[in-house]
Design a binder for this molecule. Structure first.
Ligand code: SF4
Length: 317
């Protein structure tokens, strides 16, 4: 993995961290986050309901819709905390410049990122398209910040996608902290080219064209670049996009490898495409050849190792 200057700091719903802050004094500890991801990132925890003064334990709260207006309160409408949660979210979300991601607790009327239950006022039934009042403010104020929910992190492609985004965003934050220059921006793009290609080929082309523009001030170009990059990385890569990327990479070895080595590499890529092998196999072979034949441009490619290897996610589902 390309070294980050600073360990990523990830914001997190406190109950996902294992803190007993839920209404029933329980928690929603994420084993993946606390046993594996915690080796490579630091966490900063937030419990918006406790932060606005609700006790532990406390009565449950829910989102309720009446006349198209959504509020958060106890099921009978008492204890309305809509304003308090919104204001806490707005105030806290402005302090997240140093965060490289956020992991929310799913389904919560405060922290849920999506599909939160919104109950109809008459008490019969609910719909499932709400967003937690704290989560909404965090995402609104920090549109580039990689965000996920604890439940979705159990899905391997979503987990890998999130991990890629937080480490990429940390690299970007390091670049900005070290002082933005055109040279650094071009170098950053150069190192992330194949990573973008593996997620969204059109963005790969568009970001290259963006950096070729001479009519934009550097800061504006950088803002557009990182917005385009983070949007592209949200798209899940797949066997087809990885195969396309791997075929581009193997082209660099033409002058170094003999016929049987080239055939073996292409065969492994095809076997990956057909689902016979995990992505790790052609990638390991490419990394092996890179150690034998120094190719600076390729060695710098984040795609070859976008996050710490011991997270064991490079399967290319
Ligand atoms: S979901 Fe959010 S508000 Fe609820 S206990 Fe967890 S951190 Fe607190």
């Amino acid at each position: 993995m390309k070294k980050t200057l600073n360990k990523p700091v990830i914001g997190m719903s406190a109950c996902v961290h294992g803190e007993p802050v839920r209404y029933d004094t329980g928690h929603k500890k994420s084993d993946f986050c606390m046993n594996e991801l915690s080796k490579h990132v630091d966490f900063k925890t937030y419990c918006p309901e406790v932060a606005i003064g609700l006790p532990i334990p406390r009565p449950t709260i829910r989102q309720i819709i009446k006349d198209d207006i959504i509020t958060v309160s106890q099921p009978d409408g008492s204890g309305d905390v809509t304003k308090a949660l919104t204001e806490y979210g707005q105030k806290t979300a402005k302090t997240f410049d140093s965060l490289s991601g956020f992991i929310f607790c799913q389904k919560s009327p405060s922290c849920g990122m999506e599909r939160v239950k919104i109950w109809y006022d008459h008490g019969k039934g609910c719909k499932h398209d709400g967003v937690g009042f704290f989560a909404r403010e965090v995402m609104k104020a920090n549109p580039l910040l990689p965000c996920e929910e604890n439940g979705r992190l159990n899905d391997m492609p979503l987990r890998e996608n999130f991990i890629i985004r937080i480490f990429t965003y940390r690299h970007w934050q390091d670049l900005i902290a070290s002082g933005l220059t055109k040279h650094k921006l071009i170098k950053f793009h150069s190192e992330h080219k194949y990573l973008v290609m593996s997620h969204h080929i059109d963005s790969y082309k568009a970001l290259g064209q963006l950096l070729a523009r001479a009519d934009l001030p550097l800061e504006e170009q950088a803002d557009l670049y990182i917005a385009g990059l983070m949007t592209a990385l949200k798209k899940l890569s797949n066997r087809r996009s990885h195969t396309n990327t791997l075929m581009h990479l193997q082209g660099y070895f033409k002058k170094y490898l003999d016929k049987s080595q080239k055939e073996e590499l292409v065969e492994k890529i095809h076997q990956y495409r057909e689902g016979i092998l995990p992505l790790l196999v052609p990638l390991t072979l490419i990394n092996h050849y890179l150690r034998e034949h120094t190719e600076e441009y390729l060695s710098a490619q984040v795609y070859l190792s976008p996050y710490p290897d011991d997270l064991k996610l490079r399967y290319g589902f």
